[in-house]
Design a protein around this ligand. Structure first.
Ligand SMILES: [Fe+2]
Length: 573
């Protein structure tokens, strides 16, 4: 069916995605444009970009897919709709079943003066026939996983996060292009909030700092204190039921610079455990307990459904160590994780759900790449460099030049093509270094990214040599699962092996990213190692870069030695 579906998400990690005639045209998060990490409000720039990329206007949109089952008042602001207008385009608004949405909307109407976006910010005037279709939060997560999995046969689909639309974990069956809800668990079953609580006890931002907790966990011992001490602050599952619900005390929330922050009332108790047993050990225990409960739950449902095929999404599955344990637990054979698993991926998930639901398509495509964001021409890049009197050199073969610089021990900023959708740099907005030098870990953490000493770095390697380095036969294109590195290889690439002997690799296939593949191949030709260290092009606390200007700012503000943007080389000496 020919139609344009715009997916939008308007709370934390806001963003937009566009599917035209069944093809994903663009997907991007607002934080990349306004430079506010995890920005959670109106995805104006994201919508603008999606429309421009497709060469269409807002009046060409047939369906707007939102990522929540309740009416978000910001939709009225975004599309400048009165209550009368919204009841026309948002069918759920006028249904009794969505009484909650109507009450909420009416409360907002009386509490707040009608807000209208001025023209100089944006003006999206949708046509009367456009429909706004709400997509439940976890259904949007599940859709992002299932409709990108490539699974032809029945599979289990699991969505898990802190909480969304009052649900923390939802279990679906994916079959013949349809998602069927099997069971969901409320906030009292949230494993994501439990992990967030431990993350806050470390002094880190809930919804941002969880990868730090996971990274630190590898330095601790999960057996250093009894399970029950931390278990008393989390739910427990058995045979698919919530054996022990955990009633979270009040979760406080506030917005700062249009970002959400959370504070758990139990924090002082968790901090006491941390102070008694140490930050590394509480991180290790939280990681262990998360893995145990999630594997128990997934194992039960996979068995009950009689499937060994799993697709997951939701912020909990950004935990690459959990994904490793799921792979190793022998409860499934095939595993797909949607790489933008957090709420940043909801806009695309909502759009995919509506696309498949309306079209009744049964063929599920496999996600091949995530290069769905903006790109810049050589003309644009050269104009920026000239305009700022920045010396540069135009190179014939950027990939070969980058490989040579890496082999000389340089740390380079690598900017090519369309920006990645999601938290991982996959070779278009990357900082690269030689993985053979262990000291690069400290150099990049201290002088380039300005972040914690224990943060690990990931390898990007040629698809063809994956099994030489890792104990896996899985195709892992998105750095979303950790694997054990073969013992004999650990000393060859020490800068990309974590303290526990694992790595979170990106296998690079030539047809997915020709230039990046050639870069790694050239590095192999020069050094014998078909691996590069690849970390996202940004500094701590900032979103990944989007534009050449962002790249230049980051380059001149950090210890990066050389910057390659498209075919232009910029050097500090
Ligand atoms: Fe979520």
């Amino acid at each position: 069916m020919k139609m344009n579906i715009l997916g939008i998400h308007t709370t934390h990690d806001a963003g937009a995605a566009l599917i035209s005639d069944g093809k994903i045209i663009a997907a991007v998060n607002e934080e990349r444009f306004n430079r506010i990490k995890h920005y959670g409000f109106l995805p104006i720039n994201s919508i603008d970009y999606c429309l421009k990329k497709a060469g269409i206007g807002i009046e060409d949109i047939d369906i707007i897919a939102t990522s929540s089952s309740v009416l978000d008042p910001s939709l009225k602001l975004l599309f400048n709709l009165s209550d009368r207008e919204i009841s026309k385009v948002y069918p759920a608004f006028s249904q009794l079943g969505n009484l909650k949405a109507r009450i909420k909307s009416n409360i907002y109407k009386y509490l707040e003066p009608r807000e209208v976006l001025p023209d100089y910010i944006s003006s999206f005037k949708i046509k009367d026939s456009t429909k706004i279709l709400p997509t439940d939060h976890h259904l949007a997560h599940a859709a992002s996983a299932y409709y990108t999995s490539g699974f032809k046969e029945k599979c289990l689909v699991v969505s898990a996060d802190g909480v969304g639309d009052n649900i923390s974990i939802a279990i679906y069956r994916g079959e013949n292009g349809k998602l069927t809800l099997l069971k969901n668990y409320g906030i009292e079953g949230s494993l994501g909030l439990f992990y967030g609580m431990v993350t806050e006890s470390m002094g880190w931002w809930v919804g941002d700092g969880e990868p730090k907790t996971m990274g630190l966990a590898a330095y601790g011992d999960p057996n250093s204190f009894p399970d029950f001490i931390l278990k008393s602050f989390m739910p427990e599952y058995e045979n698919g039921t919530l054996k022990k619900p955990y009633n979270y005390a009040k979760i406080n929330r506030f917005k700062l610079f249009d970002c959400y922050h959370f504070h758990f009332s139990e924090l002082s108790s968790i901090k006491r455990i941390k102070d008694t047993y140490g930050d590394k050990n509480i991180a290790a225990k939280a990681q262990y307990l998360l893995e145990k409960e999630m594997i128990e739950l997934i194992g039960y449902w996979a068995k009950k459904e009689g499937v060994r095929r799993l697709a997951t999404s939701g912020g909990v599955f950004l935990n690459v160590k959990l994904n490793q344990k799921i792979v190793e637990a022998n409860i499934i054979d095939e595993y797909h994780v949607f790489p933008n698993a957090g709420d940043g991926g909801l806009a695309l998930g909502a759009a995919l759900y509506q696309q498949f639901n309306i079209c009744g398509e049964k063929n599920i495509p496999k996600l091949e790449h995530l290069f769905l964001g903006p790109e810049f021409s050589n003309y644009e890049v050269e104009s920026i460099l000239k305009g700022r009197n920045i010396p540069y050199e135009k190179v014939d073969d950027a990939a070969l030049m980058a490989a040579k610089l890496l082999a000389q021990g340089r740390i380079i900023g690598w900017f090519q093509g369309r920006m990645e959708y999601g938290p991982r740099a996959l070779g278009n907005r990357s900082i690269l270094a030689d993985p053979r030098k262990k000291e690069n870990t400290n150099i990049i953490n201290e002088k380039v990214k300005f972040r914690e000493w224990f943060r690990p770095f990931c390898p990007s390697l040629l698809y063809e040599v994956a099994e030489d380095y890792f104990h896996t036969q899985r195709e892992e294109f998105f750095m979303i699962t950790a694997y054990s590195v073969r013992k004999e290889k650990v000393n060859q690439i020490p800068a990309v092996v974590h303290v526990d002997g694992t790595s979170r690799p990106q296998l690079v296939k030539r047809q997915h990213n020709e230039k990046f593949w050639r870069l790694i191949k050239s590095f192999q030709d020069l050094t014998g190692t078909a691996v590069v260290l690849n970390t996202s092009f940004n500094i701590k606390g900032e979103p990944m870069i989007l534009s050449p200007r962002d790249a230049l700012k980051c380059f001149f503000d950090t210890g990066i030695d050389n910057l390659i943007i498209n075919d232009f080389l910029i050097s500090k000496d």
